[in-house]
Every structure is written in C-alpha cells, then in structure tokens.
Ligand binder design. Structure first.
Ligand code: PMV
Length: 340
C-alpha cells in the first residue's frame, strides 16, 4: 500500500536521437565511449519516473512498458546508492510517453529519469535547482546517468548535446551545443520515426558495443570521425539541412556497417529497412522531399527534416505505404523534476 504521507519525486526525461553515434567503448565499467557523439533531444519521447522512499528492505519497481529492462534499472539504482552513500530503498514507477513496445529505445530517457528521481528522493530535492544546491548539478547527474546507459548522459539537456570522450573516463564532458553557439531558439527539426518492427533486439546494444572493436571498419571509423563531427556542428550552426542530412546518413550507415562486420555480428535491420532508405533517397532525387535518415541500434528509421517540411513527409509516407506506423517527434527540452 502506498503511504500518502511520503512525497513522490517525479522526473521526466527526454529521449535523444544520435546524429553522431556513440558506438563502442574504451572502458565498459566506467562507460568510457570510444568516440565523441552528438544528439538531438526529443520532445515527445520521454520517460516519467516516480521515486518514493519506501521504508522497506528492498526496492520495488513497476514499469508500465514491459520492454523495459528491470534488471538494468535495479543494477543502476544499486550503483547509485553505493556510489553516493545513500541507504534508503525506493519504490519506483515508470512510464514512457511514447507508445510502449514500439521498438524505440527507451534506455536514454529511462536511465536519465531514474537517476534524477532517485537522487531527488534521497536528497529530498523538489527541483533541479535544489538538486544542484545539494551537489547534484546536471553535469554530475549526466556522469551518473551515463553509468546506467551511455546515451542517457545526453538526455540531461535540450537541443543538440555533445558528449566528448576526453583523455580519461573522468574527463568526459557532456554539454549542450546551444551554450557554445548562443542561439536564441533551437533549430526546429522534426524526427519522424518510422516503426518497421517492434521485436526485441536479437543482440542487446550492451553486448554489441563490446564487439565493435572486432570490426575491420571500426578503427578507420574512429580516425575519420572528428572531421564529420566538425562538419555536423558547422551545419547545425549555419542551419544547413543539406549538409547536416548528408553527414548523418553516412554516419548511420557507417555505424551499421561496423555492426554488420563485427564478431558476433549485430544485424538490426529488417527487410523493409533498406527499402525505406532507398525511398527517402529517391524522394530527394526527384525533388519531392528534403528529408534524410538516421538509424539507431534497431530496424526503425528516424527521418530528420526541418519542421516546415514535416507535413509533406508524413503525407508522402502515408501515400506510398498504406497503414505505415509513424511517430512524429521534434527537437525538445531537457528534463524536469516535480514533487507531489
Ligand atoms: O546507451 P546505449 O548503451 O543504449 O547505446 C546507444 C547506442 C546508439 O543508440 C546506437 C547510439 C547513440 O549514440 O545513442
């Protein structure tokens, strides 16, 4: 039974789509990424997690989304408690604002929300500002969330977020690009997610990260990445969708080439994936759409375009593929914390 006298700490954290992918680790315990990555924070795809102190001997979890990996969440909660010296156990409930089991990874938003909600409960913080006063700035929260899932560290900010690997696991930096470029408002980009398959991954991304080093394409990828990142940051700064689009497509294809040439192989595509990629290219060639793709560790396709192009992309998809399953999202803000 829920004790109504105990506060609920409710964290809402956004998911993010990587434009430059984090793929492979230099240290898997300390979550030291093999390369710098850059993401766009999403608006609708969020996880809402509530933490309550439970005066019990163990943590309790209730996840509305059956695809959420409870053991990953439990492990991360134990890591946080031990690393930070807290003792109290928690009751955690969590739900995704995007449809459950839609095949869209929720680990970034999920682990970011869990980190914020749990620490808010332990430190009795009612807002992110209060958490900062108690020693948990967004930088600190990002470092802690990263230990649960690498990509979660980029979900602590809105807009475009840059995760730099630094010289050691401790000197990794995560920061929003908007700080560097001082733009008044974010570039209004859309992410139209085409859900092609909802099955559980044949190989988890945790496992596949490990095998990245075995691909003959991995080391060449690492040596060429800084040039690509510079071009992408420049394209974001100039708001040049043509240049951004060209680079993000090459980036996604390169990551999947590494996955497909690793041992064991990680083949995430389904048979419709390449068909849809060809369709997007074709629409561009004939001048019908200004839209580009990126793909995470799964078969589903994220179509990136300016929001002014969004309706055209949706109409065109619906006309070409009857009954196609799409989720329309866009660039969004960072996490929130409230108390109830
Ligand atoms: O954070 P993880 O361990 O789920 O790895 C994320 C890997 C990709 O989604 C494929 C790329 C990325 O940078 O988000």
């Amino acid at each position: 039974m829920i004790d109504e006298t105990i506060d609920s700490y409710i964290a809402t954290a956004p998911s993010n789509i990587a434009l430059v992918k984090y793929w492979g680790k230099r240290d898997s315990t300390l979550q030291w990424a093999a390369n710098d990555s850059l993401s766009m924070t999403l608006n609708k795809a969020q996880t809402r997690t509530t933490a309550r102190l439970n005066r019990d001997h163990s943590d309790h979890f209730t996840f509305e989304d059956p695809s959420i990996d409870e053991s990953k969440a439990a492990k991360h909660l134990n890591y946080l408690r031990t690393a930070l010296g807290f003792e109290e156990t928690l009751t955690i409930t969590s739900e995704n604002t995007f449809p459950s089991s839609c095949g869209i990874a929720s680990s970034a938003s999920g682990l970011a929300a869990l980190t914020i909600a749990a620490i808010a409960a332990w430190t009795r913080s009612a807002s992110l500002d209060e958490m900062e006063i108690r020693g948990f700035s967004k930088d600190t929260l990002a470092k802690l969330a990263r230990r649960g899932s690498g990509s979660a560290c980029r979900s602590l900010w809105g807009g475009f977020v840059y995760w730099q690997t630094g010289e050691s696991p401790d000197t990794q930096i995560v920061a929003p690009l908007s700080n560097e470029y001082g733009k008044q408002s974010p570039w209004k980009l859309a992410d139209i997610i085409v859900v092609l398959a909802k099955d559980k991954k044949s190989i988890s991304s945790t496992e596949a990260h490990q095998s990245a080093w075995s691909s003959p394409m991995f080391t060449p990828r690492l040596s060429g990445l800084s040039e690509r990142i510079d071009s992408i940051i420049d394209a974001i700064d100039k708001r040049d969708i043509n240049i951004l689009g060209r680079h993000i497509e090459n980036e996604a294809l390169e990551m999947h080439a590494v996955m497909m040439t690793s041992e064991p192989k990680a083949e995430y595509w389904c048979k419709e994936t390449p068909q849809l990629l060809s369709w997007i290219r074709k629409q561009r060639q004939i001048g019908a759409l200004k839209a580009w793709f990126t793909i995470d560790a799964g078969p589903n396709i994220h179509i990136i375009c300016e929001q002014t192009e969004q309706e055209k992309v949706i109409n065109c998809l619906n006309q070409s593929f009857k009954g196609i399953d799409i989720i329309v999202d866009s660039i969004g803000n960072g996490p929130k914390l409230e108390i109830n």
